[in-house]
Design a protein around this ligand. Structure first.
Ligand code: ADP
Ligand code: ADP
Ligand code: ZN
Length: 215
């Protein structure tokens, strides 16, 4: 099963991706997580990406296309994959189509999570992250033990770009550069839109219901 999780920052893509990984046993490919790991490790890629990320701007397409091409060619994607946070521009989507044609793994479905802006801001400003990629919320989805990741036991933290003006800029960038992909995938007949405002577990039930026919 080859899935794209789509939606604005804070829509719940990462949260649902983790549940899908557990349920279907296919990997989550989060470009945000990959970029943050590079920033943390101080790689050349991380150094180049950090300035864009801190401002809430998109990292240039060539960088992302390179990352995704390498990742999709890894062995664990053989049985399927969950793209989370990619593609975010039309050139990224076009490049993805070429890569997937080469490896003969077409996208089955694009799940588009809809959440109003006010709620996105509330979610992002309360988000707690773990370096393992798990994400929590101070009030909507707190870790079982305060400050500690349920999944791996590491300390959770607030992302630098979740506190500042970068949040509002990211919503703006989403509308201008990413939202056009809704029509792009609608035209291909593979986009399904979901109400992302429901409780996390209810959204997950909806997701499983939609994916049942591909499993
Ligand atoms: P969110 O979950 O809030 O949408 P992400 O973790 O997906 O945020 O991304 C964080 C930042 O990483 C983005 O603001 C952007 O700078 C960069 N980024 C992640 N994925 C992409 C992508 N596909 N194209 C360009 N930049 C990206
Ligand atoms: P994205 O990956 O789309 O940027 P996340 O999965 O990181 O979004 O979720 C953003 C924030 O909202 C996190 O703090 C998360 O715990 C919280 N969240 C996710 N889904 C829901 C939901 N259905 N209801 C309330 N809060 C949610
Ligand atoms: Zn963790």
């Amino acid at each position: 099963m080859n899935i794209i999780l789509f939606g604005p920052p804070g829509a719940g893509k990462g949260t649902q991706a983790k549940k899908l990984v557990d349920f279907y046993g296919i990997p989550q490919i989060s470009t945000g997580d990959i970029l943050r790991a590079n920033v943390r490790e101080g790689t050349e890629l991380g150094l180049a990406a950090k300035a864009y990320m801190d401002k809430g701007e998109l990292v240039p397409d060539e960088v992302l296309i390179g990352i995704i091409k390498n990742r999709l060619n890894e062995a664990d994607c053989e049985k399927g994959f969950i793209l989370d946070g990619y593609p975010r521009t039309v050139p990224q989507a076009d490049a993805l189509a070429v890569i997937l044609e080469e490896i003969e793994k077409p996208i089955d479905i694009v799940l588009n999570f809809e959440v109003p802006d006010e709620e996105l801001v509330e979610r992002i400003s309360g988000r707690l992250m773990c370096k393992c990629g798990a994400s929590y919320h101070k009030t909507f989805n707190p870790p079982k033990e305060e400050g500690i990741c349920d999944a791996c036991g590491a300390e959770v933290y607030q992302r630098a770009d979740d506190t500042s003006d970068a949040v509002l800029n990211r919503l703006d960038v989403y509308k201008k550069q990413t939202q056009p992909l809704i029509e792009y995938y609608e035209a291909k007949g593979i986009l399904v839109t979901l109400d992302g405002t429901k409780d996390i577990d209810v959204v997950f039930e909806d997701v499983k219901g939609i994916l049942a026919k591909f499993a």
